[in-house]
Design a protein around this ligand. Structure first.
Ligand SMILES: Nc1ncnc2c1ncn2[C@@H]1O[C@H](COP(=O)(O)OP(=O)(O)OP(=O)(O)O)[C@@H](O)[C@H]1O
Length: 260
């Protein structure tokens, strides 16, 4: 087991823009430990999705290196489950079939596929809806289905890009608790992007605050609060103190040093 599960080493990324290059990420270095839960916050356009997309192998690497378990990322792989804001479920398949779908590429028997899908469905609390079609589910249930699908493949790393962004505030809080329950039962390394400062603090071991122009890491803030996280913790002075620190780092960022 590698204690550095995900390692970004001097990662920069530019996109062509008219006759120049737009620097989306500049020299990002970050190690995420095995089974750590890291959240990433920062202003719009600071490169959060680009960073995660590169770790997922969905965006071409720029310069620098991204290592998963010490190996450079060379495309998507079953070691990484990716969950986006849009549920990306197949509307014509039931919850169970949606969850099983992700396992079709694995060389496992249909019985094992079914068993693993059922376990993941149980894990996210959707057992009563296993045979329902997505259109009959609420947004929160759809997202739980997407999480179950990612978990069923048994990836060591979960990359989540604003997975709760489209949900109402109450459902969002409920899904945060659900995700933490799932994570505590089957611990994975999680990198989770959010715009919500409370969510970032509530879920994480560490919050990575990014800054824009160029996209870079601005500050990394430890969240020294015990798990399981509870409402009591959410309302505690210590939570408030960390939340204020993250808030300040996101909304009152010092400008970037001018390029030499
Ligand atoms: N394929 C692309 N071509 C050109 N520019 C891009 C491309 N993808 C991203 N960018 C630019 O790179 C920057 C970072 O984008 P990215 O989506 O990673 O930011 P983000 O922090 O996730 O933003 P948001 O919080 O709004 O989702 C943005 O300025 C964006 O316009």
């Amino acid at each position: 087991m590698n204690s550095k599960k995900i390692s970004f080493q001097g990662v920069s990324k530019s996109f062509p823009l008219k006759d120049t290059d737009f620097v989306a990420l500049s020299e990002v270095s970050l190690d995420i430990a095995d089974r750590e839960f890291v959240t990433v916050v920062g202003p719009s356009g600071c490169g959060k999705s680009t960073l995660m997309g590169m770790a997922a192998g969905l965006i071409d690497p720029g310069t620098g290196q991204i290592l998963i378990d010490g190996r450079p990322v060379a495309g998507p792989g079953p070691d990484r489950g990716v969950i986006f804001q849009q549920y990306a479920l197949f509307p014509w398949l039931t919850v169970r079939k949606n969850v099983e779908f992700g396992l079709k590429l694995s060389a496992i028997s249909p019985e094992e596929r079914r068993g693993r899908a059922q376990r993941a469905i149980d894990l996210v609390g959707l057992a009563d809806f296993a045979d329902a079609l997505p259109k009959t589910l609420s947004g929160g249930m759809k997202q739980r289905c997407a999480i179950a699908r990612a978990y069923a493949v048994n990836p060591e790393v979960l990359l989540m890009d604003e997975p709760f962004g489209a949900l109402d505030a109450l459902t969002r809080v409920q899904l945060q608790d659900q995700l933490l329950r799932t994570w505590s039962q089957e611990r994975r390394t999680v990198m989770f992007i959010t715009h919500d400062v409370d969510e970032a603090v509530y879920l994480a071991n560490r919050v990575v605050v990014m800054a824009a122009r160029p996209g870079r890491i601005y500050k990394v803030i430890d969240v020294d609060l015990p798990y399981p996280r509870t409402e009591e913790i959410r309302l505690s002075p210590e939570f408030g103190r960390i939340r204020n620190e993250v808030w300040h780092s996101v909304y009152h960022q010092a400008p970037a040093a001018p390029a030499a």
